[in-house]
Each structure stands twice: as C-alpha cells, then as structure tokens.
Design a protein around this ligand. Structure first.
Ligand SMILES: [Fe+2]
Length: 152
C-alpha cells in the first residue's frame, strides 16, 4: 500500500479549491445580451440629467440640504433613493445608503425589505466647500451614485 503524501494531498486540495472557486465565479457570471444592462458591472450614474431613463429615475440618490451652510456647523442631508421612490419589497429593495464627504465616509445605513421607504436623513458638517457622494445599492440593480458640490 502506498503511503499518504500530505504535501501532495494539500496541493491537490488547494488546486481543487481554486478550480471550484473559479468555476463558481464563472458560473455566477451571466451572459448579457446587447439590449440588457449588467447593473452589477459598474457604479451606475445618471448619464443625461435632462433625459433620465426609468432606471435612473428609480435608483439615483436624490439629496437635498439647507441653502445656508456654515463652516463646520452640522446640517441635514435628506436622501431618498430615486425621484420616484424606489420600492422596498422582499425581492426588490435598497440594501444600504452611504454618504461621503470627499473620500471620507460619513455614514452607512443598512435597510432590510421591512423598512417601508428608501429614505434617510444624515447630519454632516463640512469645513470648506466639498463634494458629497451618495451611494445606494439595490439588490437587483446594483450600486448607484450621485455627487453634489456643497459650496460654503
Ligand atoms: Fe432596483
């Protein structure tokens, strides 16, 4: 009887695991026809603000804040997902919203489908004019981003 070669066994298992992982990854990649969009391929943004698609109207974060912002003083960002508020149902919902000032993350809010509306108010403060980035993830249509400049 041949002896057990531990090194050979681990090598084989490792290769199998890598192969299985690759197969899983390849298996999860679905082919997308020319008229379909793979929403999970990139961060999605409104392409033409004057001519939004239904998907853009339903997913791009909409953000509002007070007119007068003072240096370093907190103000509220009122955020909702979509001009037409995104649904929150068990199979189609917003999973989270993130807020960044510049590259710094200020907040991340997680949602379950039990949350009735994809809306949140986040307090922020800026010490100089800055770019706000709001990201939201739909479980069916990927990550959507809106950026806005706050001028002080
Ligand atoms: Fe969606």
């Amino acid at each position: 009887m041949q002896g057990f070669d531990r090194r050979k066994f681990l090598k084989t298992i490792g290769i199998s695991a890598v192969t299985a992982g690759l197969a899983t990854t390849v298996g999860s990649l679905k082919s997308v026809s020319a008229d379909e969009v793979d929403w999970f391929q990139n961060v999605n943004r409104v392409k033409d603000p004057l001519n939004k698609t239904p998907k853009e109207k339903g997913h791009a974060p909409v953000v509002q804040w007070p007119i007068n912002i003072k240096n370093g003083e907190p103000f509220n960002l009122d955020i909702q997902i979509g001009e037409t508020l995104h649904p929150m149902t068990s199979n189609h919902y917003i999973q989270w919203i993130e807020v960044y000032v510049g590259i710094e993350q200020v907040s991340r809010v997680e949602f379950s489908p039990l949350c009735p509306q994809a809306k949140v108010t986040i307090p922020v403060a800026v010490k100089e004019s800055a770019t706000l980035r709001i990201l939201a993830r739909c479980n069916q249509h990927g990550i959507w981003e809106t950026t806005k400049k706050v001028i002080i």
